[in-house]
Write a protein that binds this ligand. Structure first.
Ligand SMILES: [Zn+2]
Length: 281
């Protein structure tokens, strides 16, 4: 394949992920509204919270419908939250970003990173958890627990793709080290703070994120953790400074775990090299 063809294929691939991301984001909006209140994500059809009219399929096209309706219900003109198109566009951008990551971290046996299917599936659950944790200060078990079988399937797919061309034992061991590192640090903080610094949801989420980072490299798992605490500390201190709130002011930690994980995945190896040079490791 010529390099021109390759570029065209890459652009097509990332654009396709963007469209898929919009559709997934539209479903995540339903998850974000319904899961915290214990409602089904499948039934019934979405309704306008103001006039209770069923939202027609033509008014349910990600972003486009919101723009055509100028952010208002077709029936009663009640404003529709900007959160809907925001989550859809954000999910599309995340899927495109990870698509680019997948292409730029290909392995000898695959033109795209074998972890990409898992990373995309996880990113969707993590976007829902991110918004729900900020709004409700909790990470619903039904979402966190579902990430476990999803990860098992995703890792199995990656193992099958990489068989014969990579040291599978090393990948599995690194992945376990990453999971234990994240579980150990977050679990210890949960114990020491008696659940005040972290929730139990954070402890349950941590090993999944650590396992994915560890698969890439143990240093990525370390960088991800450091990034989570750094971003958490900076955000916490700015919130305290801005609102002059007390140290007791409660900030959900789940979003920082998710941000740290994303930084570790996309920028872990170069950041580790830079950090190792800094402290002369
Ligand atoms: Zn309405």
């Amino acid at each position: 394949m010529s390099s021109g063809d390759q570029l065209l294929l890459s652009i097509w691939f990332i654009a396709a992920l963007g469209i898929l991301g919009l559709i997934v984001g539209s479903f995540l909006n339903v998850v974000i509204v319904r899961v915290p209140v214990g409602a089904s994500v499948i039934r019934p059809r979405s309704r306008c919270p103001e006039c209770n009219s069923v939202i027609a399929t033509r008014d349910n096209i990600p972003v486009i419908s919101w723009l055509i309706l100028r952010g208002r219900c077709r029936n009663c003109s009640h404003p529709i939250s900007k959160r809907y198109p925001t989550v859809e566009v954000f999910t599309a951008l995340v899927w495109m970003g990870f698509g680019w990551w997948g292409l730029s971290t290909s392995v000898p046996s695959s033109w795209v990173n074998p972890l990409l299917p898992l990373v995309l599936a996880l990113s969707s659950g993590l976007i829902a958890l991110f918004v729900i944790d900020i709004q409700w200060h909790r990470l619903p078990n039904v979402i966190v627990y579902s990430l476990y079988p999803v990860s098992l399937i995703g890792f199995s797919v990656a193992l099958i793709i990489e068989r014969g061309s990579a040291d599978l034992t090393l990948l599995v061991i690194n992945s376990c080290i990453g999971a234990l590192l994240w579980l150990g640090v977050i679990g210890a903080l949960w114990l020491v703070s008696r659940g005040r610094a972290m929730g139990l949801g954070d402890v349950k989420l941590a090993p999944v994120l650590g396992a994915v980072l560890g698969w890439q490299s143990v240093s990525s798992a370390a960088i991800g953790l450091m990034a989570a605490f750094l971003v958490g500390a900076v955000t916490g201190l700015s919130l305290i400074a801005a609102r002059q709130a007390q140290m007791r002011y409660k900030i959900a930690f789940g979003p920082f775990l998710i941000i740290g994980y994303s930084i570790g995945l996309v920028a872990g190896p170069p950041l580790w090299d830079w950090y190792a040079g800094l402290v002369k490791l």
